[in-house]
Design a protein around this ligand. Structure first.
Ligand SMILES: N[C@@H](CCC(=O)N[C@@H](CS)C(=O)NCC(=O)O)C(=O)O
Ligand code: FES
Length: 113
């Protein structure tokens, strides 16, 4: 599959998706670590893609996203932002409802199937 199609598929199939360096349990960069920590603290499952293991995605996602860096949080097909935005939303109490609502819709859909 073309990289761009892989990216589009990941974004459409995963309502809460973090592109990051390393994994939430073993992040490879402080920015990715902080972002993953904030999202994990919301208490919902989320998908992640380790861009260090996927150099094609690392190369092509920034242009598609029109966002130059990692991490990148995507919720329901939309780019929310990187580490700074995630942390700011977390501190304002905006991250938890965003994640909780997306998870509720996701898990509700699963239950209805
Ligand atoms: N201020 C950024 C910090 C993230 C950042 O600067 N990431 C850099 C270093 S990890 C990056 O992704 N560079 C491009 C690359 O490594 O492919 C944010 O809010 O996310
Ligand atoms: S890997 Fe060096 S700042 Fe992220």
């Amino acid at each position: 599959m073309e990289t761009i199609d892989k990216i589009k598929q990941q974004i459409s199939e995963n309502p809460i998706l973090l592109y990051m360096k390393g994994s939430p349990k073993l992040p490879s960069c402080g920015f990715s670590s902080q972002a993953a920590q904030a999202i994990m603290s919301c208490g919902e499952k989320f998908a992640f893609v380790d861009i260090l293991q996927n150099p094609d995605i690392r190369a092509e996602l920034p242009a598609y996203a029109q966002w130059p860096t990692f991490p990148q949080l995507w919720v329901e097909g939309e780019l929310i932002g990187g580490c700074d935005i995630i942390i700011e939303m977390f501190q304002k109490g905006e991250l938890q409802p965003l994640i909780k609502e997306a998870a509720a819709r996701r898990d509700g859909e699963e239950a209805a199937e």
